[in-house]
Design a protein around this ligand. Structure first.
Ligand code: 5GP
Length: 190
C-alpha cells in the first residue's frame, strides 16, 4: 500500500535492534482516517474468504483488528497476554516470544469465543519473526477452527516470519513490507 510506505518514510524512526517506531500514526497515536483505509484494503485482499472472526493479541494489534473486523462485519477477538481477574473458565493458550520485550509470555483466549466452525483471520500490527502470529495460529488450531489467512499492517520482510508462514501455505497479506532499514534508510519489497 503506497500510502502506508510513504507514511512510514515520513513519520517512522528506526531504533537500535531493528525496531521501527511508528508511534505517530499506529502504535500510540492512531490516525483513524488512515486506519480505515488500511482496513478497507485488507478486507479487499481477503474478499474471497468466508471469514467469521478476526483474532489478534493485545494491546497493539487491537486497533487494526477492530477496524478490519468492522469492514468484514464480524467480531474481533483478542488474546490476553497476562492472567486477568476478568478471565475465567477454560482457555486456549500458547507461548509467544516477544521480539520487542525479549521475553516469553503466554497468550490466552477463552474457549467461549472460538468454535470449530470459525474461519479466522489472524492479525497483528507488525509481523517480524512471526512468533505472535504463530501463537495465534496455535490457538485457532486448538479450537479446531480454520485459518482463513494472516495479515499485518507492517511486515519486516528481512526477519522472515511472513515468508515462513507463506511457505506453510497460509495467505499472508501485509500492507507494507520493509525489505531493509539499515542506516535509517527504509526500503520496501517490490
Ligand atoms: P513477531 O512476533 O512477528 O516476531 O513480532 C511481532 C510483534 O512484535 C508485534 O506484536 C509487534 O508489536 C512487535 N514488533 C516487532 N517488530 C516491531 C517493530 O519494528 N516495531 C514495533 N513497533 N513493534 C514491533
Amino acid at each position: 500500500m503506497k500510502a502506508l510506505e510513504e507514511k512510514i518514510i515520513r513519520e517512522g524512526t528506526v531504533l537500535p535492534g531493528d525496531v521501527l517506531k511508528v508511534g505517530s500514526f499506529l502504535n500510540q497515536q492512531v490516525d483513524t482516517v488512515f486506519l480505515k483505509e488500511m482496513a478497507k484494503e485488507t478486507a479487499r485482499l481477503f474478499a474471497d474468504k468466508p471469514i467469521t472472526k478476526v483474532l489478534t493479541v493485545e494491546a497493539s494489534g487491537i486497533a487494526f483488528a477492530t477496524a478490519v473486523a468492522i469492514e468484514l462485519g464480524v467480531p474481533m477477538v483478542f488474546a490476553k497476554k497476562h492472567p486477568s481477574a476478568n478471565v475465567s473458565g477454560a482457555q486456549y493458550a500458547a507461548p509467544v516470544y516477544s521480539f520487542t520485550h525479549k521475553t516469553t509470555y503466554m497468550i490466552s483466549v477463552s474457549r467461549d469465543y472460538l468454535t470449530p466452525n470459525d474461519k479466522v483471520l489472524v492479525t497483528d500490527d507488525f509481523l517480524a519473526n512471526g512468533n505472535a502470529l504463530k501463537g495465534l495460529i496455535s490457538i485457532v488450531e486448538q479450537a479446531g477452527a480454520t485459518i482463513a489467512g494472516c495479515c499485518a499492517e507492517i511486515e519486516k520482510g528481512f526477519q522472515g516470519g511472513g515468508d515462513e508462514l507463506r511457505k506453510q501455505g497460509y495467505q499472508v497479506e501485509s500492507l507494507a513490507i520493509v525489505e531493509s532499514m539499515g542506516d535509517g534508510e527504509i526500503t520496501f519489497r517490490r
